[in-house]
Design a protein around this ligand. Sequence first.
Ligand SMILES: C[S@@+](CC[C@H](N)C(=O)[O-])C[C@H]1O[C@@H](n2cnc3c(N)ncnc32)[C@H](O)[C@@H]1O
Length: 216
Amino acid sequence: MSLLDRTFAALYDPAMARAERGELGERRRQLLRDSAGHVADVGAGTGVVLDHLGPAVEKVTLIEPNPEMAARLRRRARRGLADADGREAAAKAVVDVREAPAEALPLPDDSVDTAVSMLVLCSVDDPMRALAEIRRVLRPGGRLALIEHVAAPGPTGWLQRALAPTWRVLARGCRLHRDTGSLLVAAGFDVSDVHAWRLPGGGPAAHAIAGIARPR
Ligand SMILES: C[S@@+](CC[C@H](N)C(=O)[O-])C[C@H]1O[C@@H](n2cnc3c(N)ncnc32)[C@H](O)[C@@H]1O
């Protein structure tokens, strides 16, 4: 584990706090409030997703390959799901943390109702493999809730390409100019409920997509 990995994990929540309190948190909540049954968050980071899940969720699997992030997740998981809506909430939901990459999900076939990929597909080394894994673990009728920053067209795209090598080092593997929307389609997802979005405070990574993708 490098010093940069540790620093990235330590700074992640403070760096995101403002966006999480605003539009980003609101978008997460919109996409996740109807989730139920088994939710699997791929590249779960510090476990922000737990603040946005609804009362029908019974089990949450937080999957994260960075050991420093996974340690934070274990601490966060002990608090369970947040009672975001002031209801009795899914306080009884089981929260499990698994240290693994998206390319090899530690879950059986057809076992997940909602997979979550938020600000993750930019970082995985093999996004097509990761999307195939997500398809494998989703139950028939299951869905993928996603927020991803993506390659921008025009001058912003040129800027992204110029910044990409430095960005990749500082943001721990994040590819600034990845066309994740096209990858979703190539991986066999219906993206009719996935829309262009702007990531608040995202700078050169503000060009984004958000929505619900479903295996075709
Ligand atoms: C920008 S953070 C996003 C965290 C969280 N999903 C969120 O929305 O706050 C990206 C996360 O992806 C993780 N990651 C990097 N490579 C990965 C891979 N191959 N599989 C799964 N997660 C990965 C990183 O360790 C990091 O926790």
